[in-house]
Design a protein around this ligand. Sequence first.
Ligand SMILES: *[C@@H]1O[C@H](CO)[C@@H](O)[C@H](O)[C@H]1NC(C)=O
Ligand SMILES: *[C@@H]1O[C@H](CO)[C@@H](O)[C@H](O)[C@H]1NC(C)=O
Length: 354
Amino acid sequence: MDLFSCFANRCSFIFLIIIGCSLTFGEHNEKQCSCGKNLNRQSGNNEQNGFCSLDDSQKCSLSKLEQAPDNSQDEMVLIKSGSYSIGTNEPIFIADGEGPKRTVVLKSFLIDKYEVSNQEFATFVSSTGYKTEAEKFGDSFVFEGLLSEETKADIKEAVAQAPWWLPVKHASWRHPEGPSSNISGRMDHPVVHVSWNDATAYCNWLGKRLPTEAEYEVTCRGGLSDRLFPWGNKLTPNNKHRVNIWQGQFPINNTEEDGYYGTSPVTDFLPNVYGVHNIVGNVWEWTSDWWITKHSDEIQIDPVGPPSGTEKVKKGGSYLCHETYCYRYRCAARSQNTPDSSAGNLGFRCAASI
Ligand SMILES: *[C@@H]1O[C@H](CO)[C@@H](O)[C@H](O)[C@H]1NC(C)=O
Ligand SMILES: *[C@@H]1O[C@H](CO)[C@@H](O)[C@H](O)[C@H]1NC(C)=O
């Protein structure tokens, strides 16, 4: 609704259409539009305009990928089959579809302990020659506070409702803050600027898949009932930071009390009782479900979300989340982007059926 991007072969034009949705700091219900969903690409235009469809080239390149060596389940945890609760009857963002609380019955599944790291993604790319959508489109969204003055000086556009997001030419997983940046000191940080399609390709290469939203949330909750966070209800139990989010005044002053301004290593912060790290905070994570906001409160068996849609569910919140602005580092919280979108705070982990 707010950001229309039209991509031709070499160049991309970004048009901003400013639609109301005024942003006021301090009240949860004012900010429902500004937690990342305004970072969608509008790639549907490509086909109408007769440009080649990225989706098609994606499918072609996918079919050529060879399977990875089969040692990839070492860093996964088993979540046992059973009946679990997801959602909440005390939603913070009602319009996001955080409620109602409902029962899901899941088969046993495996899920990665960690977010997929730059190192792991680099192995995938060097084995397959895979090119991400951000690389094909030629740009991706970066948080303004991470950019050098030189990079910022070249950017004319911003996202109207969230001016701290800037579309950066040639930002990609290898160059998270644009061409002059690199990941050499961050190989153990989560890969970012990966679209849902990229994430799916990576997981499939390993014989895995993205988690469903229900699997993700069950993993997040760590067997606890009606708690906000994977460890309980207190954000910093014993004054210990459990999650990489924003401390200080967003977006101008991150006091970094948790140790980080941007991403942190995927192994950092204490795991929940399932042994899973950073299932909230650090980076948003893609799930396999299409986005809807109305949920039945009936018991669902192995729910996979609606059969079709336009946006995919992402969970967990990111290093940019703060209670006053994007209080979405809770297990019940959720947001969404189109499957070809990417940003510097959006990554993933994989799951597998057994
Ligand atoms: C990567 O970035 C760091 C920090 O900006 C810089 O010191 C280093 O020279 C860069 N490395 C390469 C290979 O470009
Ligand atoms: C950031 O916030 C801290 C804590 O409130 C304060 O001490 C510091 O001066 C602030 N920095 C800036 C640049 O505003």
